[in-house]
Design a protein around this ligand. Structure first.
Ligand SMILES: NC(=O)c1ccc[n+]([C@@H]2O[C@H](COP(=O)([O-])OP(=O)(O)OC[C@H]3O[C@@H](n4cnc5c(N)ncnc54)[C@H](OP(=O)(O)O)[C@@H]3O)[C@@H](O)[C@H]2O)c1
Length: 284
């Protein structure tokens, strides 16, 4: 039995879908059963509750061999993930797979990657077998710009001239599904990128090519982003996201990895394909 967290989100839903296709026995910890109704209908057992609730997590972990830990960023992420790790040890889980991020290193500069790294270190010291899945920026983040691309032929983000090696959530889900069912992944950290390093001007150019009309990237000043997101994100989270985006603007990413191809045996999905697959959202 595999326990999944985060199945109503971007990566967790893809991981669950691809594990179901492999015939895996799945249980999911969800906060809202209605959001996971399709997965339940497909045979996923649900345990309903918050990951901060140790009693619920204990119940969810009963009889579980492998667990997949994914939480969104926030002030409580590190504490909740460490508690989940302890509960995995207590429940006799054999292998814990953590969704981390490529920026999470011993020298990480900003709060979100630092929290991921702290949890990684905690898991490595726990005695559990572990695998860290460490992706770069998700292509699916661009879906939040779909309306402005559709209606104004432009999108605006506070990444300046920074670069990412953005990866499709479907590919990251494929990696998680492989790690949870395949052999030889214990003790490994997998840095996952898409096939190319792109500036956001180049991202706009890919949209222009696929959509057949000019799409422009308009860099947003960080102060304007902060103002726009105040009240949308909690203060700790907003500050951490601003620092992370500033790091992308200032440093960015200068390389891709071939980890995806080695693990899955095909090339990762390029941005052009992602745009084609979501074209109805971007067409006027
Ligand atoms: N976005 C990127 O570019 C990027 C890149 C690299 C790494 N990452 C990492 O990926 C993770 C986010 O993945 P994602 O984008 O797939 O997340 P997401 O779409 O925001 O989904 C979050 C999932 O976690 C569940 N959840 C939230 N709080 C919970 C709680 N207290 N108890 C139980 N479940 C809870 C949510 O359930 P509900 O439906 O109930 O809310 C949802 O299923 C973060 O750790 C981030 O650092 C992101």
């Amino acid at each position: 039995m595999i326990l999944l967290t985060g199945v109503t989100g971007k990566i967790g839903s893809e991981t669950a879908r691809q594990l179901l296709a492999k015939g895996a026995r799945l249980r999911a910890l969800v906060r809202d059963a209605a959001k996971a109704a399709e997965l339940q209908a497909a045979g996923v057992e649900l345990v309903v509750g918050d990951i901060a609730d140790a009693g619920i997590v204990k119940r969810a972990l009963a009889g579980v061999e492998k667990a997949f830990l994914l939480l969104p960023n926030g002030e409580q992420q590190e504490a909740n993930e460490k508690q989940f790790t302890d509960l995995c040890v207590a429940a006799g889980v054999k292998h814990l797979v953590k969704m981390s991020s490529m920026e999470a290193t011993a020298t990480a500069l900003t709060p979100i990657p630092r929290a991921h790294w702290a949890v990684e270190e905690y898991i490595r010291a726990s005695g559990l077998a572990w695998t860290m899945v460490k992706p770069n920026f998700f292509m699916q983040n661009l879906l939040s710009s779909a309306k402005s691309i559709r209606e104004q032929d432009r999108f605006s983000l506070p990444m300046g001239g920074g670069t990412t090696g953005m990866a499709d959530a479907r590919d990251i889900g494929a990696v998680c599904a492989e790690v949870l069912t395949g052999q030889g992944h214990a003790g490994k950290s997998y840095e996952i990128t898409g096939p190319e390093v792109l500036t956001f001007d180049q991202v706009a150019a890919r949209f222009s090519e696929v959509l057949g009309r000019k799409i422009t990237y308009v860099p947003m000043p960080m102060d304007q982003f902060r103002e726009r997101m105040t009240g949308v994100l909690k203060p700790w989270h907003l500050d951490a996201v601003c620092q992370l985006f500033q790091e992308i603007a200032d440093i960015g990413l200068d390389h891709t990895t071939d980890t995806f191809r080695k693990l899955i045996g095909r090339d990762p999905i390029p941005l052009r394909q992602f745009i084609e697959d979501h074209i109805a959202l971007f067409r006027t």
